[in-house]
Design a protein around this ligand. Sequence first.
Ligand code: F6P
Length: 350
Amino acid sequence: PTKLGILTSGGDCPGLNAVIRAVVSHATLTYDWQVFGIPYATQGLMERQVIPLHMHSFDLRGIDPLLSMGGTILGTINKGNTLACIDEMIASYQALELDALIGIGGDGSIAILSQLALHGNWQFIAIPKTIDNDVALTERAIGFDTAVNTITNALNWLTFTAASHDRVMVVEVMGREAGHLALHSGIAGGADVILIPEISYSIKEVCRHLAELRDRWQRRFAIIVVAEGIHPTHDANSRSNQKLSCSKGQYIADCIAECSAYPVDTRVSVLGHIQRGGIPSALDRLTAAAFGKTAVDLIAKGQSHQMVAWQNGQVVAVPIEQVRELSPLAVAPHSDLVQTARALGIYVGQ
Ligand code: F6P
């Protein structure tokens, strides 16, 4: 192929620009292809827009900013990325005369783009990205490591203020229906309690844990990490069957206040979209480089409907069909990381 399209789809995250940079560099230097960015994913495709991407075209006084820039220079859409206008999108793709497409997205975007490519009969390779890390068959997705670092830093900072005021700091983190972000950052950031959607928990046990910290270890503050996808618990007195109208962090703080045998001064921090911002970590940039390079090589080999993935220290290609069947990937309740958290005295439920 000589004309390669690339787009970013779904929620943004740090490392997307590093992938774009890797794809443009390798496709240009090794294969002498032309690369075209499609802005705003399927929306840009519908509008038949493309941006020619060249090596060094984003340089500022000779400095290439792409490696370290968060977000995506191509723009992206999170909602409305559907197959509703499939015929128009296929017509647009043909009008743009692209030979192949690389799509950087989460499991939902990858599934949609792959269906589109199947119907339009064009070559398509996917690169997984999501701070949630819930794409199956890859140990890493672009953006996850940076988000874990961002949350870990936030937990460190919150620990100082929590300790100064003897408070229980409840920190709600993203992750959709999966607890990967909460589990990884909670362990790395020294949390005392980590609540995730995959493991049921008891508020009485949370309160017992806080009391033990206080009575046995003279710890009068605590850090509780709550994944945004947790479900209400059945032992939370009057709140147990109440429909959640507040944040999950606030829900847990209220449950603790209600169940605790002694007065607890709680504060809630919902970290929100700061978790999607920031400068990509070294690991995310490295993964971006390896994924971008491999995606281009797969196109050169005539492969299609594959997702590049990280498995056992190697970059491999996996069929998108299999990724679809197994995604979104949940935390395994008996995983090593869950056992590790427990071994370190962190309450993670059950
Ligand atoms: O999937 C990434 C993610 O950041 C989730 O963790 C979060 O639930 C969601 O996107 C937020 O989406 P939006 O940017 O549309 O608010």
